[in-house]
Design a protein around this ligand. Sequence first.
Ligand SMILES: Cc1cc2nc3c(=O)[nH]c(=O)nc-3n(C[C@H](O)[C@H](O)[C@H](O)COP(=O)(O)O)c2cc1C
Ligand SMILES: [Mn+2]
Length: 489
Amino acid sequence: MAYRSFRSFLDALEQAGELKRIAIPVDTDLLIAEWADREMKSPGGGKALLFEQATVDGKKSEFPVAINTMGSRRRMALALRIADIEDVAREIQLILKAKPPTDLREGWTLLKQGIHLLHARPKSVRDAPCHEVVHRVENDIDFSLEDLPILKCWPKDGGRFITLANVHTRDPETGARNVGLYRMQVYDGRTTAMHWQLHKVGARHGKRYYERGERMPVAVTLGGDPAYTFAATAPLPDGLDELLFAGFLRRKSIDLVRCKTIDLEVPADVDFVLEGYVQPGELRPEGPFGDHTGFYTAIEDYPVFHLTAITHRRDAVYPATIVGIPPMEDYYIGDACVRIFLPVFKMNFPEIVNMTLPPEGVFHNLVFVSIRKQYPYQAFKVMHGLWGMGQMMFSKYIVVVDEDCDVHNTSEVLFRLCANTDPARDTTVIRNPSDSLDHAPSEQNIGSHMGFDATHKLPGENYLRPWPELLKMTDEARALVDALRAKVT
Ligand SMILES: Cc1cc2nc3c(=O)[nH]c(=O)nc-3n(C[C@H](O)[C@H](O)[C@H](O)COP(=O)(O)O)c2cc1C
Ligand SMILES: [Mn+2]
């Protein structure tokens, strides 16, 4: 199920008619971004783009640039090599429900699940495609980050940004690995910013090293099986290894290879590895950056990443994305994540039927959740529960609707919201941590969130009249009109 390389994923996209090759020179300074933005905003997310002649300061780069490779439901499924994201969700649901088998068929199913989980554990290897070409900073001053086709995305960005960086770090106390997708602003050929925000695991690992006064090894990988990048964006609980999760997703354990200049391991088949370190206490202004909020995030101090080596495959492709006013590629990444983890939400809240983060809310601003409501104030219980779950803490607005409302139909949700709520009675405003990128709260990282109970009201919810009935045609009339319409069209 796994891809041997990022290129083989691009081949699969091309075979599926999901990739456009662009053979003419296009510059990495704004032009690839503008081209990709139009593609991402075309119906259904457009196609993936492969810029075969990306130019940097007018000079053709050695490496092509791939962008929007996960920017549709179809491409997201192709990235994980599955027919449908729901297949993974079903598998996770099965594992969560796993119990001692009571008959042979159940036993067989469990066994197969066990094998998949066994496959998930990473293995160590010595030879790696990502080491085909090795540039150590100490003895190879000719090659630097300036040789990579790194994009400048928006006119007022503080510089070029690596946008699909899989950042590998280790907890110095437990040795636990983490991989997070954090952007990196290029300062010069050997130095970048490291934009792990306050609430992210990379930042927590960093804090441990700073407390010990130790230099922190950091490895950044680009490309390889897209399952790696997807796993790096997934809001897994702290301590759950993204590479184990990626191995589970692609049904094949990941081959890990030791880095050349630091004591960390990375997937052997990625396209590029940037090896380096973060020095305790060193901070430098990062930004501005045209962010997925649709606004520029202001300049702020972030840790600095110092490069010690760049290694790459001989046939490396540079993977990129851009973020901005929705809809963008990242919506489809987040959407796949919510669908895959729906069983986990349902396990915690059995009343949850469906849930989505619509594109307009750029991840955290808006959540639609449908529930099977049985008792008074249950919608509020679900909101508070979600606000307490990992990165769901950032959810600015949560709208809870009844189970018969399709959360993927924003128009239907807004109808329920408008029709079913009395604002004073059916809303709640709470205090919670805010996403670092949210510019609306008066102060960064803290703010208020609002929940809307758009479900039908039960006795005990201060609704003093009988709840009316939603209009619905009879099945018989519907079938008859289906038949009649077939005669005229
Ligand atoms: C395209 C894209 C860019 C992102 N950029 C950042 C970033 O610069 N900083 C950050 O902290 N999170 C960023 N994120 C979100 C993190 O990848 C996400 O919160 C992830 O779960 C963090 O992993 P962690 O919990 O292991 O830290 C980005 C996500 C996407 C999809
Ligand atoms: Mn993590």
